[in-house]
Design a protein around this ligand. Sequence first.
Ligand code: SF4
Length: 245
Amino acid sequence: MKVGALIKRNKLLILVALAYLAIFIMSPNKAIMSVENSVYYLIEMFQVLPVIFLLTVVIEALVPKDLIIRGFGEESGLKGNFFALLFGSLSAGPIYAAFPISKTLLGKGASVSNIVIILSAWAVIKVPMLANEAKFLGANFMAVRWVLTVIAIFIMAYLTGLFVKKEDMRSAESGQETRELEINEGYCIGCGLCVKLLPEYYEMKEQKAVVKKMPEGKKAKQAVRESAERCPAKAIIFDMEEKAS
Ligand code: SF4
C-alpha cells in the first residue's frame, strides 16, 4: 500500500499520536497519565467488544427480521417504545457497546425512534446505574430523575424519528444515494423467488439477487412490495414512499 494512502486511512490515529507527542514534549507527567488512562480504556474495550460483536452476530444471524420489525419497527408503536426502553435499561456495558448493536437492529428493521430510546436508556437509566444512584443520592432523587429522563427520552425519540430518516443514515454510511429498492446482499440466500415472481425487476448474479430495474407506477410498486414481503430472508428493502425532490 502506498504511504499516502496509508496516512489517509490512519489519519485519526496519526493525529492522536502527534497529540501525545506534543503533550510529552510540553508536560511528560501529564503524558504518562494520559497514556495510563488510554491503556485502561483500551483494556476495557478489549474485554467488552468481543462479547458485543458476538451479540451482534447472534442478532444478525439468528433473530428473524420479522421479530425485530414487530418488536422495534415503525409500526410497533408504544409497545415498541416500551420494549426499546426495557432493552436499553436492562443492558450492561459502556455506551459505545450499544452502537454496533443499534446498527444491527436498525439494519433488521428497528425504527430510528426506538434506536434513540435504546441508546438513551442504555446511557442514562440502566438498572445497575439506578441502583447505585438510589444508594448514593436517595430513592426519591432517583425516581424523579428516572421519570423526567424517560419523558425527555420519548420526546427526543419522537423528534429524531421526525427529522432523521433511515434512508439518510444508510446513504451517510455508504456515501451513496439510497435507492428506493435495494437487496441486502448479506441476507439474500439466493433462492431466486423474487426473480421468478418479477423477472423484470430482479435478476440473479453470482447466486444473489440484484435489482434490475426500479419500479415505476403504483401497480409496479405494489408488486415489488409484495415480492419484498414474500422474500424468505427479508433481504429486499423497498421504500414505497415517494421521495421529495
Ligand atoms: S427472494 Fe429474497 S432471498 Fe430469495 S433471491 Fe430474492 S432477495 Fe434473495
